[in-house]
Design a protein around this ligand. Structure first.
Ligand code: FMN
Length: 152
């Protein structure tokens, strides 16, 4: 059963979610097996801490979307920032708002860079809440601004 709207941290719009987006440069040698290992760890940990999101990898660049309770997301980001498997971590946005999760079924999903536009377009079509559509549009803008989508 969904939580009652008057429960702490919940409003009629949905739970209070901390949302963080960053991009980074993968360390030399990062490959599909390396990304799969990160995803396996993420699925195990994120489910426990109420974190959902997605990890995009392409052209040696990571782009990650994390959403969940503020403390959990910030604690995880502290670990990720110190991880030697990537460098030059650049924060793209940090927000906290009451809304439904954008990716409720993804403890952490690996999306290939070539699929990210389609994934976001589908999510925009499926999103009911105006605040989610706005968040997804912003995410699309941020993805476009990174080096992920090489135009070669
Ligand atoms: C690009 C990138 C994304 C990551 N994303 C996550 C994540 O979503 N969840 C997670 O638990 N660990 C993630 N990690 C791994 C963490 O940095 C850290 O190694 C891990 O949380 C430690 O978990 P463990 O103590 O269970 O091994 C990521 C690492 C990298 C390089």
């Amino acid at each position: 059963m969904p939580p009652a709207a008057d429960e702490p941290g919940f409003t009629r719009d949905g739970p209070l979610l901390y949302n963080l987006v960053y991009c980074s440069r993968a360390a030399p040698g990062m490959d599909a097996a390396g990304v799969a290992a990160i995803i396996a760890t993420a699925r195990r940990n994120n489910a426990i801490h109420g974190i959902t999101g997605m990890l995009v990898f392409g052209s040696g660049v990571f782009f990650q979307w994390l959403e969940g309770p503020r403390e959990s997301v910030l604690r995880l980001m502290g670990l990720i920032q110190r991880d030697a498997r990537h460098e030059r971590v650049v924060m793209l946005s940090e927000t906290e708002e009451s809304r439904e999760r954008l990716f409720p079924d993804w403890d952490m999903e690996w999306v290939g860079a070539e699929h990210i536009r389609d994934v976001l377009a589908d999510a925009i079509d499926a999103a009911g809440q105006a605040s989610n559509v706005a968040a997804l549009r912003q995410l699309l803008i941020e993805v476009e601004a990174t080096a992920l989508l090489s135009r070669s």
